[in-house]
Write a protein that binds this ligand. Structure first.
Ligand code: KG4
Ligand code: ZN
Length: 289
């Protein structure tokens, strides 16, 4: 990703995207009560384009504006599926840049109780896919190929990070050695490797969610982030977590980055703290707050 190009692409596409979204939804500006925008985390150039446009629209239309966290929004996306979603909630946010286990608490705050010590889960999928000669983004490619593979073909090591933290560099290296030690790889062997690798990541993620749930049970568990699109993760989560809690996994298109979840986050944050006084700045290293 080239930051300058990404920022410029935001500049070129944001206005047409907003116009198209309003048109598709059949919404007139008079019906809009406020503007929600991502304040962070992310690439500062992209965030600045959004934060400035959001505040410019609010100023021009005399609307209140609120800046929200992209990460918190992955948890609040659950609201789009379950309108009565409320804390306490145990959340797993797994994307290209983050693997965080969080608690959305009664006081409205979100506390991080586990994080990755090295790669994010999505990064582990993307790097593993490269090792297997699959295209970027690797998550969907591994997900698709794994459907025809045997998840028990290779027993990859489960990450051994302490407590509720994650670590994916070991399993990635194990895949690399497994590929290197073979002269050639048949299509079936590649599918088996993809399925086994995916199984190790999914198992590691769910094992931490189970441990957090055992320590302090929450009535609701929400999964979010691009990796929550993964079919094996969705299926295994249902089997392993669905009995003890209400499990909310938003539709795949609401798990990857999307603007609807920013709206959902705004609904919750608005009730908690009201709109933001403009002007406010982008925050590339913003956490869940
Ligand atoms: O949340 P997201 O759309 O963007 C970030 O904020 O990072 O997550 C992108 C990540 C990528 O690493 C991609 O490979 C992964 O989500 N991903 C998947 C699947 N679809 C996307 N990982 C596993 N299985 C999938 N089906
Ligand atoms: Zn994201």
């Amino acid at each position: 990703m080239v930051p300058e190009i990404a920022a410029r692409a935001h500049l070129q596409t944001l206005v047409p995207v907003i116009e198209r979204a309003m048109e598709n939804a059949g919404t007139r500006w008079e019906q809009v009560d406020g503007v929600a925008v991502t304040r962070g985390p992310g690439l500062v150039g992209c965030l600045l384009v959004g934060v400035n446009l959001g505040q410019a629209i609010a100023w021009a239309r005399k609307l209140p504006v609120i800046g929200v966290s992209h990460l918190a929004a992955h948890v609040f996306a659950g609201l789009l599926e379950e309108p009565d979603l409320h804390p306490p909630v145990l959340g797993l946010v797994v994307s290209g840049g983050h693997s965080d286990l969080v608690r959305w608490q009664q006081d409205g705050g979100i506390a991080v109780i586990g994080r990755t010590l090295d790669d994010a889960a999505g990064e582990a999928f993307d790097k593993g896919a490269r090792v297997l000669g699959l295209p970027f983004p690797g998550g969907p490619a591994i997900d698709a190929l794994a459907a025809t593979g045997d998840p028990r073909a290779v027993r990859f090591p489960r990450p051994r990070a302490p407590g509720l933290d994650f670590s994916f560099s070991g399993v990635k290296t194990a895949l690399l050695y497994e590929v290197r030690k073979r002269r050639s790889i048949s299509d079936q062997a590649r599918a088996d490797l993809a399925a086994s690798y995916q199984e190790a990541i999914v198992d590691a993620l769910l094992q931490r969610v189970e441990a957090a749930q055992a320590a302090d049970p929450a009535p609701t568990i929400v999964l979010g982030g691009g990796v929550a699109r993964n079919r094996r993760l969705r299926e295994a989560a249902g089997a392993r977590l669905g009995k003890a809690a209400r499990l909310v996994i938003p539709a795949p298109e609401l798990c990857t980055d999307n603007a609807a979840m920013i709206g959902a986050a705004a609904l919750i944050e608005w009730d908690r703290r009201g709109p933001d006084p403009a002007p406010f700045d982008a925050d590339p290293s913003l956490g869940f707050a």
